[in-house]
Design a protein around this ligand. Structure first.
Ligand code: NAD
Length: 295
């Protein structure tokens, strides 16, 4: 199938390469040339604009930072709504606000364009392996059409409800991930200051109830003092903003999410917005005057 792919950042590059590996034709676009160079070298065709991609392909994927970028690409002049053929299916795999997903869907529907919201979990390593988890909102028949394509990038593709539901599931995912990383950072800080090697603590507890996918991915990064993203603090702040806004809209207090949001804001103020979210450990290092590292 010919697939238009817009947004070739940390996630979009490996995802589009997996589509190529599966035998699909990919027409790609990003504002940033280096992303396009890498995906074109793997066999994709470059487009000159969003409009070009939308005119050429009737199956489109977007993997952009947040709601404003998806809204711009989908609905602004020169975007998908203006240029795609009626019947086109847009699968937005970015993590955006559920309300924005519904508004963008409605704007496209007025032009006869279909949309699923299909954010992912798993991060760059799973994007490379093609083992992402995709959570989808939208019409069942559109889901059935998209599923075989998405399965070439993912280990799990689950429809959770109507449009916007995919991003609600993603917000739930991001609450668990953020609070888990903060808990791990807090535990590593305690072990270090109490004089116990945090690496041995990790080895001792990883197989018990405290063990988690987050611990397996992030404890080694904390111990190596590696803050290369992965998933940037700035993007997680964006998700925490969407989480708190959605919580307030449906009247659910989210005290733990609010606390971790402020820890992330402190890191951003300290110029660590571009660091991996495991840099939450740096917050504890600063307030407790310590350094977490291998013993
Ligand atoms: P990124 O910042 O690396 O990539 C985003 C890309 O979008 C950039 O290359 C940028 O140039 C491009 N872009 C922005 N505006 C554009 C426009 N108007 N037209 C064309 N291209 C445009 O971000 P990422 O880490 O790849 O994340 C993308 C999405 O996936 C985000 O919503 C993020 O929350 C989500 N996500 C990321 C991870 C992760 O581990 N990185 C994991 C799960 C979900």
């Amino acid at each position: 199938m010919k697939i238009g792919f817009i947004g070739l950042g940390i996630m979009g590059k490996p995802m589009s390469k997996n589509l190529l590996k599966a035998g699909h034709e990919v027409v790609c676009f990003d504002l940033n040339k280096s992303g396009m160079d890498e995906v074109a070298a793997a066999g994709a065709k470059r487009a000159a604009s969003v409009a070009d991609v939308a005119r050429e392909c009737s199956f489109l994927i977007t993997m952009l930072p947040n709601s404003p970028q998806v809204r711009q690409v989908a609905l602004d002049q020169g975007g998908i709504a203006d240029n795609a053929k009626p019947g086109t299916l847009l699968v937005d795999m970015s993590s955006i606000a559920p309300l924005a997903a519904r508004e963008i869907h409605d704007g496209l529907k007025a032009r006869g364009i279909r949309m699923l919201d299909a954010p992912v979990s798993g991060g760059e390593p799973k994007a490379i392996e093609g083992t992402l988890s995709v959570m989808i909102g939208g019409a069942q028949k559109d889901f059935d059409e998209a599923k075989p394509v998405l399965a070439t990038m993912a280990a799990s593709v689950v429809r959770v409800g109507e449009i916007g539901a995919g991003n609600t599931a993603k917000l739930a995912n991001q609450i668990v991930v953020a609070i888990n990383i903060a808990a791990l950072a807090e535990a590593m800080a305690l072990a270090t200051k109490a004089g116990v090697d945090p690496e041995l603590v990790f080895q001792a507890i990883r197989g018990g109830l405290a063990g988690s996918t987050v611990m397996e991915a992030k404890a080694p990064m904390m111990l190596d003092r590696n803050i290369k993203p992965g998933f940037k603090i700035d993007l997680h702040i964006k998700d925490m903003g969407n989480i708190l806004e959605t919580g307030h809209a449906v009247n659910v207090p989210l005290p733990l999410s609010a606390a971790v949001m402020e820890m992330m804001q402190a890191l951003k103020a300290d110029d660590l917005g571009g660091a991996d979210h495991s840099a939450l450990v740096r917050y504890y290092e600063k307030i407790a005057n310590l350094e977490v590292r291998r013993g």
